[in-house]
Each structure stands twice: as structure tokens, then as C-alpha cells.
Design a protein around this ligand. Sequence first.
Ligand SMILES: *Cc1c(COP(=O)(O)O)cnc(C)c1O
Length: 395
Amino acid sequence: MVVRAGREFLAIPGPTTMPDEVLQAMHRPALDIYSDQMVNLTDSLLRDLSDLFATKGRSYIYIANGHGAWEAVLSNVLSRGDKVLVLESGRFAIGWGNAAAAMGAEVEVLKGDWRRAIRPSEVEERLRQDKDHKIKAILAVQVDTASGAYNDIEAIGKAIKAAGHPALFMVDAVASLGCMPFEMDAWGIDVAMSGSQKGLMTPPGLGFVAVNDRAREVHKKADLRTPYWDWTERDGAEHYRKYSGTAPVHLLFALRQAIDMIFEEKLENVFIRHRLLAEAVRRAVAVWAEGQVLGFNIAEAAERSDTVTTVMMGNGHDPAALHRYCKEKCGVVLGVGIGELQGQAFRIAHMGHVNAPMILGTLGVIEVGLNALAIPHGKGGVEAAIEWLGESVSA
Ligand SMILES: *Cc1c(COP(=O)(O)O)cnc(C)c1O
């Protein structure tokens, strides 16, 4: 017996559910990549991406996933042997740092913990010790998609400033851009990057980078530059140089549609929607946790992301069984635990094209699975989520 049919629902943190309008926006013939329409499309997207990052700096669109955008950032500002400080809060900043090391940088990890966000005071302390400014760049993620940690990027930016350290502050917003506030210029970020397939509701395949003037100065002397990623190449006048070749025409139409939808809803409303739905998830998880098997990975409530919740499962229970049940019986695909949390956790994504029925449906299916598999849990998780939404979404 199953109660799945039709479209499988992805509750994974990327690729995320795409609106039908975004899918339909791609169903059209290719454009002449030298046409005015193409040039205008590119110009509008670059402008809007800078607005999403909240920067007066310039944006770049790469035909790449997040890993590609990481490499784009590193290759444009680093030179062989440069020291990079990675701020750990899970898996993703570490992955970015590994790429830097493989490219020839010297990488130091400021040890963190998978159960908490980065501590800005520890960043400041480390930077103050670096008296002769060996550290050239600092890498951090706003949301770590593995641990579910939300890092206070504004506070880290202030800590860097307080230490008086000139290193470039480079931030990964793959799992947060278009879902949670991000203020590149106001928070002292020099380079920011993101991808298309998470909060931005667009197919995988586009990577975004935004750059301020300080990073652009460093770029001039960087010796890890390669032609495909190079900002200077992409600043050239001919349109094809914006993509170092043929434009990803259909993905750009999809992105145009997705950003139009975000702007139509208004960014601040999109943030509120994410916060409300994330809290609904957290209310449910908090009740389930009363059964002593499930619990939040991130200990502090204020450090939990509004885009993904990582739920630990202990006492000998296997999250793979719940994952399998939800997918095979009910057609809901949860995220699995990755990295250090492999086999110990599952993840509920709530980013991008998400609404109340999707989130309540996902929570309901998880509760069905917990019951069917006799995994101990506090009763009434979905009810708590419903109660929260009823209280906070006023009539
Ligand atoms: C998904 C993700 C990435 C990697 O993106 P890919 O498109 O899978 O290469 C990087 N950083 C964060 C925070 C992510 O969530």
C-alpha cells in the first residue's frame, strides 16, 4: 500500500521545488545571443542579482553550480600561497576551503562545531593574533546546509572590522539568498556567492558572484586567475564575454521569472514567509523531541536557519528508515544527514518555493512515518505547527 501518486515532493535543500511559471519560462526557442533581447535579459539579471545581494558592486553569472562559483571567487582574488581562514560551522565552508587548498592556497580552519554557529569573538581574537596580516581572505557560509546553522554574518563582519584586519570577507549565501536577509555592503562583505537551485527556485546550473571595489583591487594582482572565471575577461564589452561563451539562455529565462516572482511578492515578505514556515517546522520538531529520540542538531534556537532544519535521530533508530518510508510510501523526499551527521540525522528543507500546504504536508508525512515505524516522539508536532501559523498569520 502506498499513498504516493503524481509529483514527488522534494523537501531536500536543493535542488528545490520550482514554480510552474519558472518551468514554463524555459519552454521557448533559443535566442540569438547577440540580440538586444538577450543583452537586455543579461543586464536586467545582473542588476537584480546585485539588488538581491544588496550591493552596489557588480555581479557575475557563471554556468556552474555552487562548487563552480566557489572556484570563481577563489581564482579571482587569491595568489598561490595566500593564507585563507575558514570559519567552520558544518560542512560547506570547509568544502570551500578544501577547494582553496587544492588550488594552492594555505588554509587554516578556525575550529567550530557542527552543533553551533560561528562565534564572532573567536574570529576577532584569531585576527588580532595575525599581526602581520598573513591572512588574505576569510571564508564563511551564512547558512550551513548540513548542520542547519545560521551564522550572524553582520556580527562576523563587525568582528573583522574591530580587529582592524584587511583580509577580504567572502561569504557563501547558496542556502540563504532570497530566503533570509543578506546585506553585502552594509555587513562589510567583499565577495558573496550563491547558486540558482535553492532559494532562487531555478534549475541547477547557474552560479552567482558579487564583488566590491576592494576585492576588485586585490583581483588585479591575483595569480590564480584563469580565463573562464576571470572577472576582467567578463567585464569586456561584447555580450558573449559575460558568459565566456554562449549564454545559458533557458536558465536565464527561468531565473528572470523566478526573480520577478520574488520581487512581486516583495523580498521582505519572502523573508517573513520563510521565517514563519521555518518556525512551524521548529514547533513540530520541538514536540517530537519530547520522545527522547529526535532533537535539533543546532542547540541554540537563535542559530537555527530559516531555510533548513537538521533533525538528529538517536537511541538506535535509523533515519534511513524514515527517509525511505516518507519517499516510497508518501512521495516526500527528506534530506539525509551528510558529513559528520551521515546516518544520524535527516533534514527538512524549507527554502524557495514553499508555502503552508507544502510544509504542513511534509510535517504530516514525517509524523505518519514516525507512527508507522514506531519511532518514539512527542505527540502533536503537526498540531503545534498549525497552532503557530494560526497565531502568527493574522486574519
Ligand atoms: C548546496 C550548497 C553548496 C554547493 O552547491 P552545489 O550547487 O551543490 O555545488 C555550497 N554552499 C552551500 C551553503 C550549499 O548549501
